[in-house]
Design a protein around this ligand. Structure first.
Ligand SMILES: [Zn+2]
Length: 217
């Protein structure tokens, strides 16, 4: 089974990805992790990617697709199938991925799309606080410290990352929607898209994903 996982920042994609690969024995292909690994191992693609990253530029599609293609061609993926996370992000990438897959006689079986309204994502993401001293994460609503603004473990001061302010989060969500809306349409047309309500508890969301994937097997 080959699966793509989509979801906005704050939708709990990372936690669900862990559960899915464990339950279905899939190989987790995270493009962020792979880019870092390719650069670290100085592979041909890694060296190309590094040139762009050093220059502060976005790594172009052909390089990312090359890295994904190399990974998909490895024997463990052929045996188990994959869960793609963080890729594709655009319709162009999705089309290129389809070409790569069909050249290997493979295809996408399901695209899990975790749906959470922006308002909810805003309160999830802007509520995050981190301890300045020990980096322990808190949340003003879901995991508040015992004393306001103070770390339970070390007494350190809690702060909000620049990434988590209302303005930045709104901007990140806009970027996500602009990029992903056409992608969602693309997979809907292929009949592989499954919308999952991401406002339920982590366990409930996982059960819904599990049932959706079992229906595809
Ligand atoms: Zn602390």
């Amino acid at each position: 089974m080959n699966v793509i996982l989509l979801g906005p920042p704050g939708a709990g994609k990372g936690t669900q990805a862990e559960g899915i690969v464990k339950e279905f024995g899939l190989v987790h292909i995270s493009t962020g992790d792979m880019l870092r690994a390719a650069v670290k191992n100085q592979t041909e693609m890694g060296l190309k990617a590094q040139e762009y990253m050093t220059a502060g530029a976005l790594v172009p599609d052909e390089v990312v697709i090359g890295i994904v293609r190399d990974r998909i061609a490895e024997p463990d993926v052929a045996d188990k199938g994959f869960l793609l996370d963080g890729f594709p992000r655009t319709v162009n990438q999705a089309e290129e991925l389809d070409k790569v897959l069909s050249s290997m006689d493979k295809s996408i079986d399901a695209v899990i799309n975790i749906v959470v309204a922006d308002e909810e994502l805003l309160s999830r993401l802007t509520g995050r606080r981190i301890c300045k001293s020990c980096q322990k994460p808190y949340h003003v609503m879901f995991k508040p410290p015992k004393a306001d603004g103070v770390c339970d473990d070390c007494g350190g001061e809690l702060y909000q990352r620049a990434d988590d302010t209302v303005e930045t989060v709104k901007n990140r969500l806009d970027v996500y929607h602009n990029q992903t809306a056409p992608l969602i349409g693309y997979y809907k047309n292929q009949g592989v898209l499954v919308d999952i309500d991401g406002t339920k508890t982590v366990g409930e969301v996982f059960t819904d994903i599990e049932n959706a994937l079992k229906a595809k097997v």
